[in-house]
Design a protein around this ligand. Sequence first.
Ligand SMILES: Nc1nc2c(c(=O)[nH]1)N[C@H]1C(S)=C(S)[C@@H](COP(=O)(O)O)O[C@H]1N2
Ligand SMILES: [Mo]
Length: 202
Amino acid sequence: MPVTRGFQRRRPEPERGRLPPGQYDTGSSWPVLTAEATPQQPAEAWQLTVDGLVDSPHTWSWSEIRAFPGSTYVGDIHCVTTWSKFDMTFSGVSVDDLLEVASPTDEAAYVLAHSVTGYTTNLPLADVTGGKAWVVWEVDGKPLPRQHGGPLRLLVPHLYFWKSAKWVSRLKLMAEDRAGFWEQNGYHDRGDPWLEQRYQGD
Ligand SMILES: Nc1nc2c(c(=O)[nH]1)N[C@H]1C(S)=C(S)[C@@H](COP(=O)(O)O)O[C@H]1N2
Ligand SMILES: [Mo]
């Protein structure tokens, strides 16, 4: 169907309701939040493993990861330190595509994401399936900068951004939930920005 132009009034963007409670718009700046030293391992040496409660544990090389059909997220991100950033474009592979190869067992209910640095973060399996999570290597059409988790980071934009592990190297599927780095240090287990789940007990 042809697109009708001209006489349709363009609706303004619905800005109201876009910021989760307690968040502000960081505008064009993109803060860097890193608890550890930035790893220097070259991209070509990068590997990504999906293991734990799966029928086919799998490790992909850098070139194998990038050979997956591409998948892009366009939207907002929300950091627990109260900044949100609108209209980001991240590209990589959908976690669904990785899990289709690895094939989680019936017992798998949680994921612990690991960075090469030792940083970890835990997620319910349901929060990384159904088109809600990616492993990305591009932002705004360019390689993901090192300080922002390049060459490879997890992206789970519907949860606070600490769940999006930078320099991701492993997704381990588990039957039980196991607290990651910030979760052990008082952050909320799930981290839904719309429910303002910042800290344990929120
Ligand atoms: N490996 C690793 N991943 C991490 C972090 C970190 O310290 N180490 N910080 C988390 C937090 S608290 C946030 S808000 C985002 C920050 O990503 P950015 O630095 O690209 O903005 O990464 C998340 N992933
Ligand atoms: Mo954060």
